[in-house]
Each structure stands twice: as C-alpha cells, then as structure tokens.
Design a protein around this ligand. Sequence first.
Ligand code: AMP
Length: 223
Amino acid sequence: MRLVFFGPPGGGKGTQAERVKVDARALPIATGDLLRAAVAAGTPAGKKAQEFMGRGALVPDEIVNEVLKERIVQPDARDGYILDGYPRTVAQLHSLELLLSDMKMPPEKWLFIEVPESAIEERVLGRRTCKKCQASYHLKFRPSAKGDRCERSGCDGELYQRADDSAEKLKTRLSAYRKDTVPVIEELRRRGKLTEVSAGSKGLEDVEALVRKALGLGAALRK
Ligand code: AMP
C-alpha cells in the first residue's frame, strides 16, 4: 500500500508504521530518521539541517524535499511506502503530490492519527531511540527487554534520548506542528481525502487495531 501518516510529534506514527508495515506491504520512510542519518554522516544536507533540528524547528522545505525524493525513488519503495513525518508543510504537500503523480505512485490513503496534546509529553519524554537502527522504545509503554540496549535481533545498539525529546524542545515542535502541519491536515480534510482515527489515551495495541481497520487490514496475528 502507499500510505501517508499524520499526527503530532511523539504521537506514535512511526510505531504504528512499524506494526503494520508487513501486512500493508509498505516500507516506512521517516524524514526525521533520514535527516538524523544525514546529520550523522555529515552530508551537506545534514550540516544545514542540524541547526534547525537541534532547536526543534522545521528544516527548510527544499532540504527535506530533496532528502525525501532521494529515498522514495529507490526501488524498495516501488511497491509500497508509509511516509511518516512528511509532508509537514503545505508546500511539502504540493511538492509531494507532484513528485508522486510524476512517478505514478500516488498515495492510496492519507491517515491522521489524532492524539490529544495532554498525552504527548509523557510519550515524548519517555521515548528512547536506538542509535544503530533507530528503533523506538518507551521507558514505560514499550521498554526494551535488554534495558538500555536495543532488543532487535543482531542489533544491540545503545538506546538514547533524542536531543529534541525534551520538554523545552517539545514546545517548539508542537508550535511548528500547529502552525505548519495542521493546515496540511485541514487541506486534505477539506478535499475529502483524509482518513482519521482517534487514539485518545489508548495503548498502542488498541491504536493499532484502529489503524488496521482504517486501512482495511486484518487483525494483528502477534501476541
Ligand atoms: P521527527 O523524527 O519526525 O520527530 O523529526 C525530527 C525533526 O526533524 C523535526 O523536529 C524537524 O526538525 C526535522 N524534520 C523531520 N521531518 C521534517 C519535515 N517533513 N519538514 C521539516 N522538518 C522535518
């Protein structure tokens, strides 16, 4: 499937993308991960992006558009993708629509996972990310079986707290979300293209069930 996930920062888009990717036959592509990899590799795009990301501000459209384009044209995204964290501005939405219609692989579903702001701080402050594979954990909701190391087989990477997962940076990220990303969601809603699920304060398995239903996928087989 070709999917685009929306939701506030720390709202669980990436977690849900990981949980449905096999059944949706789709490759999760998170621009935040791509940018962090570019920063770590010290590429020209990474050097420019670093300053904005460190503040919790959005990276300029032309940099993110380029990074996204480079990734989505790779053959492994041909059969399906789940965009996570992109588009985050109306300009990015328009750029994405042009690119994907040129490539003849337009999104089949635009899914908004609505999470109240009151639930976000606890999620973001407890989040831990694997330095090696970017897997996401939570101290309370999704601890790693290996403590401060990644439990994925063969990974064992160190878990760390992202510099922008602090209470102060979260304020900046939420205000960027309200100012730049909410208008994208509103535009898609106006066009009648948006599928919406309300996560409220539900746990991730219950949210997954809602996401699966909205995407027309069967129930999860794990557990
Ligand atoms: P995320 O991992 O999605 O929380 O993104 C982390 C940071 O990367 C954001 O706070 C932005 O600085 C940057 N970023 C990720 N995706 C985008 C995007 N689509 N547009 C602008 N900045 C982005």
